[in-house]
Design a protein around this ligand. Structure first.
Ligand code: ZN
Length: 291
């Protein structure tokens, strides 16, 4: 697989007592940016959330989907992301046009856009009854918030690193990694892992150096025997909205509303929140709905 393509790899280290996932999301984060016509700060926030949600999905043992809702109180107006264990992801923010001045270090002010108060909630739909875990926001920078979610709601000591680099209005690099300590790891491994994560460069710095995901994971887990699992998964922006779902949504509006649409507009226009595609339902199909 080309190293430039978006993909995800998994690894174990220290004889299975450490689990790790790394993902490159440059193309899908830029596709989201393009579809939603996003300003750099908003694009960076959504890109990080798409990446973090894919990392969470990669930790699931069953196949299914999960939704992440970031309800920060900042001016971005919240983020909603839906990802599947199949590597598909989609999402949107409240105000895609939001842009803030960069921080002193030149980085985009994602924390300021998202807000450091509010909550992050994750809903799992894995075939049984869906369930949701919720924790308070920590910083709004999202990596810290995903880390807090895993520590508090899932009770797994984890480190999440998310990186995104936007230049000339386009996402030039995006991705992240997740490292988790299994319950039987012990203090010695925990301390060594903490040390190697602390001394690790940022994801964006490693990506800009041209490191592959394998090399990035090996750097994050320096000093440990790392076993990269064979399966290399493609990840991509994908939405499953279609005409049938659009018709279902219109049907819910009720007969009077639909008749009004037929009279005033002669058709219905429905824009998908997730992918921003416009679905046009012609008059004939609307008439079928009310007949
Ligand atoms: Zn859609």
């Amino acid at each position: 697989m080309s190293t430039l393509q978006d993909h995800l790899i998994k690894a174990t280290a220290a004889g299975g007592r450490i689990r790790a996932v790394a993902v490159r999301t440059t193309a899908l984060a830029d596709e989201a940016r393009r579809r939603h016509k996003m300003a750099p700060t908003a694009a960076a926030a959504l890109g990080k959330a798409l990446t973090g949600t894919l990392l969470l999905a990669a930790t699931l043992r069953k196949s299914g989907r999960l939704n992440v809702r970031v309800a920060g109180k900042g001016p971005l107006g919240g983020i909603f992301v839906d990802a599947g264990t199949d590597g598909t992801v989609r999402g949107y923010v409240g105000y895609p046009e939001l842009d803030l001045p960069p921080r002193d270090n030149g980085q985009l002010n994602v924390g300021g856009a998202v807000g450091n108060t509010g909550f992050i909630s994750v809903t799992y739909d894995l075939g049984r009854q869906p369930y949701t875990g919720t924790v308070s926001m920590v910083s709004g920078e999202l990596a810290e918030d995903f880390t807090a979610y895993l520590a508090n709601s899932e009770q797994i000591p984890s480190a999440v690193s998310l990186g995104i680099f936007v230049e000339a209005g386009e996402v030039k690099s995006a991705g992240g990694l997740l490292v988790q300590l299994m319950p039987d790891a012990g203090d010695e491994i925990a301390e060594r892992l903490e040390e190697s994560i602390r001394s690790m460069p940022s994801f964006t710095a490693m990506e800009k150096e041209g490191l592959s995901l394998t090399a990035i994971l090996e750097k994050a887990l320096a000093g440990f025997q790392v076993d990269i699992l064979e399966e290399d998964q493609t990840v991509q922006f994908a939405c499953h909205c279609d005409t049938r779902r659009v018709l279902d949504a219109i049907r819910v509006l009720g007969e009077a509303e639909i008749r009004d649409m037929i009279l005033t507009d002669g058709q219905a226009e429905v824009r998908c929140h997730f992918c921003n595609d416009l679905h046009i339902v012609p008059k004939e199909q609307l008439e079928q709905l009310v007949s």
